[in-house]
Design a protein around this ligand. Structure first.
Ligand SMILES: Nc1ncnc2c1ncn2[C@@H]1O[C@H](COP(=O)(O)OP(=O)(O)O)[C@@H](O)[C@H]1O
Ligand SMILES: [Mg+2]
Length: 306
């Protein structure tokens, strides 16, 4: 385990920002801490980094207690804050050299590393421009370069794609995957943009009012969302009440809901064969039939509706 937090609590004059959070992140995972604004993600991150002290609970990051051994944790953990700050008059290359020196990396060694990470985040061409002229997307990429320079074991990224256009966000997500695949880093990222990050996370934890209300892979959460059994989705042209009744009468089918051409079929087991036959026998046209998968957004909504 790279991160172990048990019953973590943090209150700010009466406001319970983190309220009994238990969290485990394994080596090599990309873990997404998700939840709406104000749900306690940033506070949790600050506790893990030793930048704020919890009012209760226990934390270990890379085996160390961040409150008692903050320097050890800082050496092993890279952090991209929500609003990353750089020296605006310095160029990207100069900013990185400054960061490398702060981290005790000799110039001889950092020179090569800086060129490598600039290349990796796609900023080589603009590395001699003052950071003051950078867009938000470019700043975020420089923030990732800053994390990479340190070569940490764990990278914690707070809302890395917020405020960036979809293409830029997608590039950042690809970079995050490469950090894990090529450098073996463990990644924890926070986001309130569920659909954006779901494609890269091995596991996600959903936060609400300082608590983790659901956790697992997106598939696992989807299975839990659909309850027992499974859901199928069909696109059928010419589905009348008779066909719906016939489908509902099939063994293993619990419920059929029609929304225009789309049929949502809740069943006990995968009865796609019988459904396909029934549709065709009734003279309707079957355009598509598949097991339904859920987006995080749907999982999230259903969770809170319940
Ligand atoms: N320094 C602070 N002082 C007082 N309240 C805070 C402070 N930081 C966060 N909070 C409150 O704690 C709650 C969780 O905030 P935060 O951890 O920033 O959530 P998120 O990152 O999920 O948006 C919010 O209600 C917020 O207003
Ligand atoms: Mg936040």
């Amino acid at each position: 385990m790279i991160v172990e937090a048990r019953d973590l609590r943090k209150s700010y004059n009466g406001v319970q920002a983190v309220d009994g959070l238990t969290l485990e992140i394994r080596e090599g995972e990309i873990y997404g801490l998700l939840g709406p604004n104000g749900s306690g993600k940033t506070t949790t991150i600050l506790i893990l980094l030793g930048l704020t002290e919890p009012t209760g609970g226990e934390v270990r990051v890379c085996g160390f207690n961040p409150t008692r051994e903050p320097l050890k944790v800082k050496r092993l953990v890279g952090y991209l804050p929500e609003n990353v700050g750089f020296y605006e008059d310095l160029t990207a290359r100069e900013n990185l050299r400054f960061i490398a020196r702060l981290n005790g990396i000799p110039d001889r060694e950092s020179k090569k590393r800086i060129e490598e990470v600039l290349e990796q985040v796609g900023l080589s061409e603009v590395a001699d421009r003052p950071v003051g002229t950078y867009s938000r997307g470019m700043r975020q990429r420089l923030g990732i370069a800053d994390v990479l320079i340190k070569q940490p074991r764990l990278a914690i990224l707070d809302e890395p794609t917020t405020g960036i256009d979809p293409e830029g966000a997608s590039q950042i997500l690809d970079m995050i995957v490469r950090m894990r695949d090529e450098r073996g880093m463990t990644i924890m990222l926070s986001s309130h943009l569920l659909h954006q990050v779901q494609r890269i996370c091995d596991r996600v934890g959903i936060m609400h009012r300082g608590q983790l209300v659901a956790e697992g892979s997106v598939d696992e959460l989807g299975a839990r969302t659909s309850g027992e059994g499974l859901e199928l989705e069909a696109q059928v042209v010419g589905a009348g009440p008779e066909l719906i009744a016939a489908l509902e009468a099939l063994a293993g089918v619990r419920e059929v809901k029609a929304e225009g051409e789309r049929l949502l079929i809740r069943c006990e087991e995968d009865v796609r064969g019988a459904i396909a036959r029934t549709v065709v026998e009734h003279g309707a046209e079957l355009l598509e039939l598949r097991r339904r998968s859920f987006t995080l957004e749907e999982i999230y909504l259903r969770y809170f509706q319940e």
